[in-house]
Design a protein around this ligand. Sequence first.
Ligand code: DGY
Length: 331
Amino acid sequence: MTNKKKPTVYITRTLPDVVETRMRELFDAELNVDDRPRSRAELENAVARVDVLVPTVTDRIDAALIEAAGPQLKLIATFSNGTDHIDIEAASRRGITVTNTPNVLTEDTADMAMALILAVPRRLAEGARILTDRKGDWEGWSPTWMLGHRVGGKRLGIIGMGRIGTAVARRAKAFGLSIHYHNRNRVSLQTEEALEATYWDSLDQMLARVDIVSINCPSTPATYHLMSARRLALMRPGSYIVNTARGGVMDETALIKCIREGSIAGAGLDVFENEPLVNPKLLKLAHENKVVLLPHMSSATIESRIEMGEKVIINIRTYFDGHRPPDRVLP
Ligand code: DGY
């Protein structure tokens, strides 16, 4: 950085040690030592005085907060791939640059989507729980016990064929699933050929055709409740759905009803509509082994968190060196 004065950087959550150490060296960094989510008042206070805000998906950076920012706030460098917690338009109106941390969590998130695609039909969580709950005391193997459904040979329908969707497709193909996808734009012919993927212009038609659905699209106003009651009803009887994207893409109430009524066999969810709250009806379904629920941990590897931190640092440094940060998010 060419500037003599280090930028003041407010980081809302505790980050890996190595990232915090580097941030302390490079910036006038205000860290969060106890990882307590910051209150609205604390965020308002921060944006009124610092140059850079480093929020995460647990912070709500809406238009009102951005309006409360002082003229010194130049950059919102979110420690996340998703940016649905930030009002990008409002930031742009105030001339504040927004950056995120794409790419580095693609493979980890795809791993977890694949893990759920396998875990739900194969009753993995249920099996593990039985042994643990019974303290290892079980009846032993039986030809008819704990039967799930074969995953290989099934049709997977991916909603959102961006980086993560494509990484899920690669994994699923290796497990013998046939790949179907719906996306705003068709991916290149080369990618389609490599994945032997079938493109569906109509999401509705794809849903009626596939056995397992994986949600991998971003959360935007256009994708809010994309999996609505009407669309969930289009899914094949006995099919499964996995969501590692954002809770808002799924109408949870409608999903619960479909699983209760048996039209959908099960779901694997890593994200929820009102995080960190989880609908008690979903928890009940989990106890009945109809759904596998995870606490938004698809990208939670040490490696991805460090690389996300490195990206935040690069974005801040590039900005204050007077260049366009590599991961700038446009409205
Ligand atoms: C993201 O970065 O958007 C993930 O959902 C949280 O790691």
